[in-house]
Design a protein around this ligand. Structure first.
Ligand code: URA
Length: 275
């Protein structure tokens, strides 16, 4: 066998077929389609089935709010109890990975807990794993992550630094990849938040960088990163600076100027705090 395949009458070698498949997955086309085609025009023309009328009095109330596994408030309570039970980062990683209250877990390849030095003075809170992060099980390892390394490298900080003064610790709001890199839903954020809060408590950084809209939504209850960026605030009881996400900077290089100002502001804050 020469490894060649045929796709819609066109011959493909295995490497091209794999590249096509990866491209489709990257675009979010991750669900297999049916074996037979569906004529949706014909479906639309069919008469709608008549539904029996049900009065409200016939609808049974749920026995208890926390009885259903997909009840977000019950899941948040469970996440809070698990997070509170962890007295170390290793314990937190273990309970968080085992927690089945986030559907995204089913479709993800790997659990992305953190990267870098947990003793770092600076903690970067990102959004969620993308394709590369999902493959490697570490946050910010794709193109945006490489830019993030260069950005923080410019102020003398690196995720692989042993010295806490020069190190970075990187965590995402979500530890499982949302399909097609869609934004996490408010429920997914709410259920992840107790773990993020405990993670930050245990790592105890001097300051937090809120990298993009999702961490701002999770920590401050606000979006609008272009207005929030560059203004120091407080998140999880610590000084926090919202910044534009490196993925945004890759698409909008002109915004790097403001990101540089934000990096200098972080360097100045670290300097003052250790003086
Ligand atoms: N973007 C994020 O916010 N986090 C990652 O881990 C990768 C991309």
């Amino acid at each position: 066998m020469d490894g060649n395949l045929t796709y819609q009458g066109i011959g493909l070698d295995a490497a091209t077929a794999l590249a096509l498949l990866e491209w489709q997955a990257e675009m979010g086309a991750e669900e297999p389609i049916l074996d037979n085609t569906v004529d949706r025009f014909e479906l639309a023309a069919r008469p709608k089935p008549v539904m029996p009328e049900i009065s409200l009095s016939q609808v049974k109330a749920p026995a208890a709010l926390s009885a259903t596994p997909d009840d977000p408030s019950a899941l948040v309570a469970e996440a809070e109890a698990l997070a509170a039970s962890a007295d170390s980062l290793a314990a937190l990683a273990s309970v968080q990975e085992d927690f089945d209250g986030i559907e995204l877990k089913k479709g993800a390849r790997n659990f992305c807990f953190s990267d870098g030095n947990p003793k770092a003075r600076v903690l970067i809170l990102g959004e969620a794993p993308g394709d590369q992060e999902d493959r490697e099980g570490r946050p910010f390892v794709g193109r945006a992550g490489q830019l993030l390394n260069r950005m923080f490298g410019a102020i003398g900080l690196a995720r692989d630094a042993v010295d806490a003064e020069k190190a970075l610790y990187i965590v995402n709001v979500l530890t499982w990849r949302p399909p097609g890199n869609r934004d996490p839903s408010p429920d997914e954020i709410a259920v992840s938040l107790p773990f993020v809060r405990r993670h930050i408590e245990l790592a105890s950084p001097d300051l937090i960088v809120l990298m993009g809209n999702i961490p701002c939504q999770a920590a401050l209850g606000r979006r609008g990163i272009l207005r929030l960026r560059g203004q120091w605030t407080e998140a999880f009881g610590r000084p926090a600076l919202p910044m534009t996400h490196p993925a945004y900077l890759l698409r909008n290089p002109a915004a790097k100027r403001e990101a540089w100002a934000d990096l200098l502001s972080i360097a100045a804050r670290l300097e003052t705090a250790s003086a």
